[in-house]
Design a protein around this ligand. Structure first.
Ligand code: WT7
Length: 645
């Protein structure tokens, strides 16, 4: 008998979706009347300032439009409309690295966001449609900045604080941002670290579009100050009024850009728009995390990633819940930090990545038992497939075998969850994302759009547009079409390709098997092999390079680099290349393995056979036909080099 975990019956009674019957009824409704299904939620969840005329406009597919001509504002959705009922409820519960705590109620959040919005408008002339870069630590001001942009219709683009000056510069320039918001620094593992110097470095590389830098003083470090360009948030904010009317935005006005890696070329500016995004962010908060009443919800992601956008800021606040924002790391000062925080704040939903679960498990198998974790109701995971041992520990040791684990499958591009158990309804198979959420039409296909047989692994596709889907790649509509929509059609409409592999079992359960393209998933962070290769190729010592992902027990995957050198070389190529990656992209791009090889396995047409390189990296026997290689002997030489490295 397969392991199946039934939802907790007590929990189900009160859940948003209480049973599989309810789930099936919702799916049936979506199937029979797709637009009617979405209309019902749009009418219920969104405070429309002007009503929309069409639910879904498919006339320019795949440039879909949702709720056309409707008017709304996301900061109203997240703040103002809650004030009558919830002004004294905590909106953001902040815990600093050093244990400092701040509780920001909805009323207080409203004031701070209004002031921030006024500052953006009055001091920096930020207008609707302008792009604003956020290079911020995990402090409440990051959320205020996001909501302030949304309030006045500016488009934010957050760059994760772990990215280097080079990566920051590329993103600023691609978005043509006029303002950069940052902090002097913040605290991590008990020590201050700095962010502002990275912004200085990025702007030193001559960027014409940026007019000003707004600096939040988090730890009052000594930092370089460029008179005329740099502005002190803490000194300026006091003078601004705490009333700033929100801009009525069109349903399809852009809300934010978020750059992510693809299988080719430079990072793509994924564009999310207003109405569809905020609708699905709120719906999935309710369905998947089942937030209720006085729940205190904690997602450990960073706001620099999509998880932080949708499930720390927009989703929780749109749902009117209390969201915990944490500056530090769950393993500092010790392996009990996260569990102590769950106990202290009576966390009800805890959402993290498999990597973090594996680290916490390794550091303290019994650690959770030292704390009272009885407040927990739902545990979530995201970012990469979770392995059964990690799942089991999470379920038993953290959840006390009482909590549903929602293994949420989604992407930067999908805006919100796509495939996930519903905690009060879905019987769970460990380490399986289970079923597509109501309204999401997922299918496993081949590249031509033919459905795969049960049990067969194929490409995971979404066959109908959904409200929170990516709308465009900033400035590159052609790439948007080619990156996500092949030639495959269903009912005459293009099919969205996720880039992930999946299979469906006899019960209809979907298991994600991992990326099918050249994207490497390191600790749940996406890295394109092409992006890393582009940096390494530029190096003077390097003739050729190929980058693959390799299984890693904690990180899921790690980066493995093969380099062919020109005649001369640096003594320590590994350090040399990792330093380069760290300065051009950031520490997250550093490789665990860098091996110098005499050549790469290429076909006669010059294509690098990465499958062979992946096999060699994990020491697996080569099963592919190597006779089509330009030089079959190179395979043995590479194997030898890897063994000796
Ligand atoms: C890629 C998206 C979505 C937020 C975090 C990452 C992988 C995501 C799961 C899961 C297996 C998963 C996929 C996907 N992924 N969630 N539950 N099970 N794989 O966002 O950086 O856009 O990466 O993460 O490969 O395509 P992202």
């Amino acid at each position: 008998m397969e392991n199946i975990f039934q939802p907790n019956a007590e929990f189900s009674k009160n859940a948003h979706i209480k049973s599989m019957d309810e789930y099936n009824a919702l799916m049936k409704k979506a199937d029979e009347d797709y637009e009617g299904f979405w209309k019902e939620y749009a009418d219920e969840k969104i405070e429309w300032l002007a009503s929309y005329d069409k639910v879904l406009d498919e006339s320019d597919a795949p440039f879909y439009k949702w709720f056309t001509k409707g008017k709304l504002n996301v900061s109203n959705q997240c703040i103002d409309r809650h004030l009558a009922q919830k002004s004294n409820k905590v909106a953001i519960l902040f815990e600093g690295d050093r244990g400092d705590i701040e509780k920001i109620t909805y009323a207080e959040l409203s004031k701070r966001v209004n002031k921030f919005a006024n500052l953006l408008k009055n001091k920096f002339g930020v207008k609707k449609g302008d792009r604003v870069i956020l290079y911020m630590p995990m402090i409440p001001e990051a959320a205020y900045a996001m909501l302030a942009c949304a309030r006045i219709g500016a488009i934010h683009s957050i760059v994760f604080g772990g990215f280097s000056a080079g990566a920051l510069k590329d993103r600023i320039e691609d978005a043509k941002a006029k303002l950069v918001i940052t902090a002097d620094g913040a605290y991590r593992k008990g020590k201050p670290y700095l962010l502002k110097p990275v912004v200085d470095d990025a702007l030193d590389k001559k960027i014409d579009c940026v007019e000003a830098v707004l600096v939040v003083k988090r730890n009052n470090e000594d930092i370089h100050w460029e008179e005329g360009r740099d502005h002190d948030y803490n000194a300026l904010i006091g003078a601004e009024s705490d009333e700033c009317p929100f801009e009525p935005m069109d349903s399809e006005d852009p809300l934010f850009l978020l750059y992510t890696s693809g299988s080719t070329g430079k990072p793509k500016g994924v564009q999310h728009n207003t109405a569809g995004y905020i609708l699905w962010a709120q719906m999935t908060m309710e369905w998947v995390f089942d937030v209720q009443g006085d729940d205190v919800y904690w997602c450990t992601a960073d706001i620099g990633w999509i998880t932080g956008h949708t499930y720390i800021v927009y989703g929780p606040l749109a749902a009117g819940t209390t969201t915990l924002m944490f500056e530090g790391v769950p393993t500092y000062p010790d392996a009990g930090r996260a569990w102590k925080m769950v106990q202290d704040h009576k966390i009800t939903q805890f959402y993290t990545a498999p990597t973090a679960i594996r680290v916490l498990h390794k550091m303290g198998e019994d650690e959770p038992s030292k704390y009272d974790l009885s407040s927990l109701k739902v545990l979530g995971t995201v970012g990469e497939p979770i392995d059964p041992p990690a799942w089991k520990w999470y379920y038993e040791a953290v959840g006390g075998s009482q909590c549903a684990i929602v293994d949420t499958y989604w992407q930067t591009e999908t805006g919100g969850h796509m495939i996930s158990p519903l905690p009060g309804a879905t019987p769970i198979k460990p380490a399986c994302a289970t079923y597509a959420l109501p309204g999401i039409m997922a299918e496993v296909m081949d590249a031509d759009g033919n459905a795969k047989e049960l049990g067969e692994t194929g490409l995971l596709c979404i066959t109908k547009p959904w409200p929170s889907m990516i709308r465009n790649i900033w400035g590159d509509p052609e790439r948007f079409k080619s990156a996500y929509f092949g030639d495959a059609k269903k009912d005459g409409k293009p099919v969205y390709f996720t880039g992930d592999g999946a299979n469906v079992d006899k019960d209809g359960y979907i298991t994600i098997t991992g990326r099918m393209d050249d994207v490497i998933n390191v600790s749940g962070h996406r890295m394109g092999s092409a992006e890393i290769e582009a940096v390494v190729t530029e190096d003077d010592y390097v003739a050729e390079v190929a980058v693959v992902g390799r299984h890693h027990d904690i990180k899921g995957e790690s980066i493995f680099i093969y380099v062919v050198l020109k005649s001369e070389a640096e003594k320590d190529m590994k350090k040399h290349i990792n330093d380069l990656l760290s300065s051009e992209i950031g520490n997250i791009a550093k490789a665990d393995d860098i091996v110098v090889v005499p050549g790469l396995p290429k076909t006669r047409s010059g294509k690098i056979m990465r499958r062979i390189l992946r096999s060699i990296a994990i020491g697996e026997a080569i099963t592919q036909d190597t006779s089509t290689l330009e030089d079959p002997a190179v395979v043995g030489q590479i194997e030898k080099a890897v063994k000796e490295a």
